[in-house]
Design a protein around this ligand. Structure first.
Ligand code: BMA
Length: 340
């Protein structure tokens, strides 16, 4: 009998591997065949990483950050029967505007993919006179309609919640600068229509813990649970050799998610495998999606590794929630509604 419940569909065919014996630290374990996606996955694309996947029509579909050989990132569509072996379209996703006219972003990266009601939304980083959040929707993964840009530049790491809260769509984001941003807290904004955004609140900031002492950013779309919204996010620290990206966990209040209920002082995953430590940008674990099954409580977390690969890791709702609660350290800001 599970201790906690997920409020989301059952996904009986989700990918899974049992916990290895002797696992130490946080109860989350890497897929033994990682990386899931290797180099040069598509003609003209050198690397796929920081990508999002979702169950679709009994199988799986995803939006993938493809770093083209000219260095410009774009979003590619991929399909899979098992969410581990992926086939990618040869061409990048073509976007149109609300009138059906071509509306291709200059570049597009770090996509998240979230279903709200009957529509799938892609939330990504793009050029809007500087790095800013892009938003697009599809119902069939054939036509992709770009919507109005939700926020002003500079902003990154936007993550839509999978349902409205108190009647409004809700999105996390991380206001930033035009460069590699040596700061950054997670904020939340609401919208009645995905067009006009307001009621901005602060959710949580960098913390005293070394692994997230520089900046943080939303990761996978929050999972609705009996304890609140389970959020996997990234935390960044600065070293003499550059940034290190780890994966953290927090649980946000179900009705007022700008309030943090629990926040794990330990990282859940930090770079330690070759595909996380070695690559185009070393020492990066960058979560962008989960596939989770409410019937079994199983969670598969997808993360970009070293800006070069996609990795997967597994956990269960009971184990990860207990771990986050047992190691929870809240800061003054975290408990606040986030309005000043
Ligand atoms: C961030 C983003 C991510 C990237 C990370 C590490 O600023 O650009 O796409 O994974 O840096 O390079």
């Amino acid at each position: 009998m599970s201790k906690y419940t997920m409020i989301s569909p059952a996904v009986p065919n989700m990918p899974w591997q049992e916990k290895p014996e002797g696992l130490k630290g946080a109860p989350i374990w890497r897929y033994s065949e990682n990386p899931v996606i290797g180099r040069n996955p598509v003609e003209g694309v050198a690397r796929i990483f920081n990508s999002a996947v979702i169950p679709y029509e009994g199988k799986f579909i995803g939006v993938f950050r493809g770093e083209q050989v000219n260095g410009v990132p774009y979003i590619y569509l991929g399909r899979s029967d098992d969410a581990l072996n992926w086939e990618f379209d040869a061409e990048k996703i073509v976007f149109v505007d609300e009138d059906g006219q071509p509306s291709q972003p200059v570049y597009a990266y770090d996509p998240r993919l979230v279903k709200v009601e009957d529509t799938y939304y892609i939330i990504f980083c793009q050029d809007f006179y500087g790095a800013a959040i892009g938003l697009a929707k599809t119902t069939d993964f054939q036509t992709f309609v770009r919507m109005e840009n939700p926020f002003l530049p500079f902003n990154r790491n936007a993550v839509l919640f999978p349902r409205r809260i108190n009647g409004n769509y809700v999105m996390l984001s991380r206001p930033s600068d035009s460069g590699h941003t040596p700061f950054g807290d997670i904020f939340i904004s609401e919208s009645p229509d995905l067009l006009y955004w307001g009621r901005h609140r602060h959710v949580m900031g960098k913390s005293a813990e070394w692994w997230e002492a520089l900046k943080i950013g939303g990761g996978a779309a929050p999972i609705e649970t009996s304890e609140g919204w389970l959020l996997f996010y990234h935390g960044v620290t600065g070293t003499c050799n550059g940034y290190v990206y780890s994966i953290g966990g927090a649980i946000l209040d179900i009705d007022e998610p700008s309030r943090v209920r629990y926040r794990c002082e330990n990282f859940l995953l930090t770079p330690q495998e070759w595909y996380e430590e070695r690559g185009f940008v070393p020492n990066v674990c960058f979560p962008c999606a989960t596939i989770h099954d409410s019937a079994s409580g199983r969670i598969a977390l997808y993360y970009g590794a070293a800006d070069s690969y996609v990795g997967a890791a597994f956990t269960t709702l009971d184990e990860i929630v207990d771990y986050i609660k047992e190691h929870s350290v809240l800061h003054g800001d975290d408990r606040e509604a986030g309005k000043r």
